[in-house]
Design a protein. Structure first.
Ligand SMILES: C[S@@+](CC[C@H](N)C(=O)[O-])C[C@H]1O[C@@H](n2cnc3c(N)ncnc32)[C@H](O)[C@@H]1O
Length: 225
């Protein structure tokens, strides 16, 4: 496991990344500021240069497109395509990002993944069942080129109280966002890591819970040329 000390976003970068959400409504703007400002995953993705410049990035379950907005604000030349199930979230992403990203309202279980260089999935896979998770991971592996990268953030079901707290908060946030409540399909970290390794990924595990009460972990899956 790699030690994780990702610093929070620079305030000017936070302002730049969230400004475009003013045009997407009050909820979109305040949600963007809260999430980008507090969630260590976004700062870590930038600080660790996990996504190479000029990459075609596929953001599965992109919500309102926060990753795309952050990359743009940081001056990245990446082109982001996001796939989001909920029409309201996809619309907020489009309202904020316009032509700067490609937002598809669709289901990651069925949408074509295209030819990305990097795939990002932050807090999404536990909404679909175990067989579907494996299918999505297989399709990601098939879509990525040699040297492709997968950033997968999950909760570690072995993490005890922080994991139980995450699982309590998740339905509350889902409800607040006006989404359907359903069963969550979580796995221990060792199973997630095994699933990626069995597909040929070299896996780096980065805990991403500092400053939060959650049990979130980022798995960086790299393919070797
Ligand atoms: C916890 S949110 C995370 C959003 C985004 N990844 C982020 O970090 O800001 C999970 C998102 O996954 C979306 N989602 C869940 N199941 C999905 C599916 N089968 N296909 C596409 N999106 C899905 C939800 O609608 C929601 O926007």
């Amino acid at each position: 496991m790699t030690d994780n000390n990702a610093s929070p976003l620079d305030p000017r970068l936070l302002d730049a990344a969230t400004a475009r959400y003013r045009s997407a409504g009050r909820f979109a703007y305040h949600f963007a500021r809260g999430k980008l400002g507090r969630d260590p995953a976004f700062a870590a993705i930038l600080a660790r240069s996990w996504i190479r410049p000029d990459s075609r990035v596929l953001d599965l379950g992109c919500g309102q497109g926060l990753l795309a907005s952050l990359l743009l604000a940081a001056g990245s030349r990446c082109r982001v395509r996001g796939i989001e199930l909920m029409p309201a979230d996809a619309q907020r992403a489009r309202d904020a990002l316009g032509e700067a990203a490609d937002i598809v309202c669709g289901d990651i279980r069925h949408e074509d993944f295209g030819k990305p260089d990097a795939v990002v999935i932050l807090d999404v896979l536990h909404y679909i069942d175990y067989a579907e998770q494996d299918q999505v991971l297989q399709r990601i592996r098939a879509a990525l080129p040699p040297e492709g990268v997968l950033l997968l953030r999950v909760g570690d079901a072995d993490a005890g109280l922080p994991f139980r707290f995450s699982n309590w908060v998740d339905p509350v946030v889902t409800f607040v966002r006006g989404q359907r409540l359903g069963r969550l399909y979580c796995r221990p970290l060792r199973q997630w890591r095994g699933a990626l390794q069995s597909l040929g990924f070299q896996v780096e595990v980065v805990p991403l819970s500092q400053g939060t009460p959650f049990a979130n972990v980022m798995l960086k899956g790299s393919l070797l040329p």
